[in-house]
Write a protein that binds this ligand. Structure first.
Ligand code: GRF
Length: 208
């Protein structure tokens, strides 16, 4: 089977990146991670990439005189590595319209809740799980979705539920959700590899 060329963008520790790499090693995901991008020089995700010999790129808009020059440099790197799909994983910078256009329906994100609940600007990390507990939800989950110009607003591709326990803290809930993230992201990207994702309006249809 053809191997999908993926770039992972991450600002933090990179556990989803490591999970994707493990899914590739065990042939659950027929892909190659050809590039890891971070806006943070000290991101764990860059460390993971370097330790596996995967090209790791620290690049941020602050390094460029204008946002369009940043976009051009980033796009050149994506093209150089023949990236087909961009997988965001805790990437805390908004993807510019130029990049969204260049990779139309080929940028995905993973969010640690069931969108559209508990998403949007500023909803990331432990804040998401705290908000789920504050609301008194009995269930939360994971959403893999397309990335558009908004915050967490693109069409969902896969969603999975995770139970909330009565004695959960934001941290115990985050850990349970993260386990589900690791499985769900690989599954969603495998659907791309198999060319089984079809977008009809806002609805993603998974071809059999
Ligand atoms: C994950 O919880 C993901 O859902 C969110 O950011 C976090 C990234 O974690 N978008 P990691 O860096 O992959 O460990």
């Amino acid at each position: 089977m053809r191997e999908l060329k993926i770039a992972v963008f991450a600002s933090g520790r990179g556990s989803n990146l490591a999970a994707l790499m493990a899914a590739i090693e065990t042939s659950q995901l027929h892909a190659q991670i050809v590039l890891v991008v971070s806006n943070k020089a000290d991101a764990g995700a860059l460390e993971i990439a370097r330790s596996r010999g995967t090209p790791a790129l620290h690049i941020s808009s602050a390094m460029f005189p204008s946002s369009s020059e940043f976009d051009d440099a980033l796009l050149a790197q994506l093209q150089r590595h023949q990236v087909e799909v961009i997988a965001l994983s805790g990437y805390l910078k908004k993807i510019s319209t130029a990049i969204v256009r260049a990779y139309k329906n080929r940028i995905v994100n993973i969010h640690p809740a069931l969108l559209p609940a508990f998403g949007g600007k500023g909803m990331y990390g432990i804040k998401v799980h705290q908000a789920v507990l504050d609301y008194g939800c009995k269930v939360t989950g994971v959403t893999v979705h397309f990335v558009d110009d908004g915050y967490d607003s693109g069409a969902p591709i896969l969603q999975r539920c995770v139970p909330v326990h009565h004695d959960d803290t934001p941290e115990t809930l985050a850990a349970r959700v993260l386990e589900m993230e690791h499985k769900t992201y690989a599954e969603a990207l495998q659907l791309f590899a198999e060319e089984r994702i079809e977008l009809v309006g806002r609805t993603v249809r998974i071809k059999p």
